[in-house]
Design a protein around this ligand. Structure first.
Ligand code: SF4
Length: 463
């Protein structure tokens, strides 16, 4: 069998999407072809996520499909990479359908692992034994991989993610990330800025710095400690880069003022702050091992708003954490109302193996209560998003166009020359309008004529 086509499916967060983009670039360089058609592929790669139970269930259901596919094409190579690979290791390799298991720290070896499995006709395992131990060799390999394969496969024209740091040291009691992504490691600022420059040379206009807790970025070089504010300033000086964002932020006082000052003073830094709250109850925050109170969180929100009027803030929440009472939940509702989020990502708690909350706390909030709280919190947030969105009615906004809208039925005036496009403002509001497809990757001005909680609709203004 000739192994030529590779199909990659990515689950989970932007970190995984970035890893997938780099892996695609490495495979292309090794003369493999990337295909969207899973049925005709020779190699399948699932880049997996372990953050929620549902994400892992989806991977197993996809493996079920491959089992069926392997009946007609037994030589197909199946590779599971990412957080689930690191979490389950050998157990996953014991699945009859799986040929290669590769953790996030080993992605730089992906091409050789595939070749080894093909040539030796054997299963291959590549995960880290002690993921919490800093490993210079692995870091060096990942850094090299990142700098060689950073700029291929822009998933959105003119936009790119740039990793500022890997791993996490926070150990929130419900979270698997520190156990599968390892300790927090900030990348060298020079390597990051070189990458930003290369991306700008290739036409990238917006970069988003990524980190599980990107605001804790800290890199010691000689006498100087670089923080995220320094990175923002250095990236602002790169010609061609017009917008800079960073996600995700952990609520913390450390570096907060420097980051907000950078946002205030540097026009290229977008007025957008994604800062996860998780709960509005101090008791639950403590049980989650989050190191702030609801009042401290809201204090940060106020400081950001005092400095920047039009800042858009997004939040993340978990409802139904062990022992969450109705009173705890109502405190979360209050926090959501006070924080005035542009949008919030709300999840029902699900215990993750090996985490403190799974081992020590009972998942005692019934699923129907979790569901009800999820719906109730979403409704509160929707009201807020709707109120905030109305402010834009009649305004002309600068947007960066992403491409064709995936839901063109929203606007019946679609036609081939003037299809419906999707774009975002600097503050991450989604804007839908009709215009030429050639605008993908370009800035445009759109006058807003209609609003909904999550989407603004408008008309393209003539240049
Ligand atoms: S900050 Fe907490 S929730 Fe976020 S990745 Fe780290 S441990 Fe997980």
């Amino acid at each position: 069998m000739i192994y030529q086509n590779v199909h990659i499916k990515s689950f989970g967060c932007q970190m995984n999407k970035l890893d997938t983009a780099m892996i695609k670039a490495a495979l292309k360089k090794a003369s493999y072809q990337i295909t969207n058609d899973i049925d005709s592929t020779d190699i399948v790669i699932f880049n997996t996520c372990s953050v929620r139970e549902h994400a892992e269930e989806r991977v197993f259901s996809n493996l079920g499909y491959i089992k069926h596919l392997k009946k007609s094409k037994p030589g197909i190579i199946v590779c599971v990479i990412g957080c689930m690979a690191q979490r389950l290791g050998e157990k996953l390799l014991n699945e009859p359908v799986v040929d290669i298991v590769c953790g996030p720290a080993q992605i730089s070896q992906i091409v050789s692992l595939i070749q080894e499995s093909i040539e030796k006709n054997k299963k291959v395992l590549a995960v880290t034994d002690n993921i919490r131990k800093e490993n210079c060799e692995i870091n060096k390999n990942l850094e090299e991989f990142e700098s060689v394969f950073d700029s291929d496969d822009k998933q959105i024209p003119s936009q790119a993610f740039v990793r500022a740091m890997r791993g996490c040291n926070n150990f929130c009691s419900y979270c698997i990330v520190p156990y599968v992504r390892g300790p927090e490691i900030s990348r060298p600022p020079q390597a990051i800025i070189e990458q930003v420059k290369r991306l700008a040379d290739e036409g990238v206009k917006m970069v988003t710095f990524l980190g599980q807790t990107v605001n804790s970025y800290s890199y010691q070089a000689g006498e100087k400690t670089y923080c995220l504010a320094d990175l923002l300033e250095m990236a602002s000086e790169v010609n061609g880069i017009e917008w800079i964002r960073f996600v995700t932020n952990y609520p913390s006082d450390k570096y907060f003022d420097q980051i907000i000052t950078a946002m205030t003073n540097l026009p290229k830094v977008c007025n957008y702050l994604h800062m996860c709250a998780q709960s509005g109850s101090d008791r639950i925050l403590k049980a989650m091992n989050r190191h702030y109170t609801a009042a401290e969180y809201l204090g940060l929100v106020d400081r950001a708003r005092d400095a920047i009027d039009d800042i858009a803030i997004a939040g993340d929440f978990i409802v139904g954490f062990p022992s969450e009472t109705e009173e705890d939940f109502q405190q979360t509702v209050e926090l959501v109302k006070k924080a005035r989020y542009k949008n919030a990502f709300i999840f029902k708690y699900s215990p993750r193996p090996q985490t403190k909350s799974e081992m020590k706390l009972q998942d005692d909030v019934p699923d129907e209560i979790k569901k009800r709280r999820n719906i109730e919190l979403l409704a509160v947030q929707n009201n807020m998003s709707e109120e905030l969105s109305k402010v834009f009615l009649g305004k002309k906004l600068t947007v960066l166009v992403e491409g064709l809208s995936k839901k063109p039925h929203l606007n019946k005036s679609i036609n081939d020359d003037n299809p419906q496009l999707i774009a975002r403002t600097a503050t991450d509001w989604i804007v839908v309008f009709n215009g030429p497809a050639s605008l993908a990757g370009e800035f445009a001005t759109v006058e807003i004529t209609k609003t909904s909680p999550l989407t603004l609709f408008g008309q393209l203004c003539k240049a």
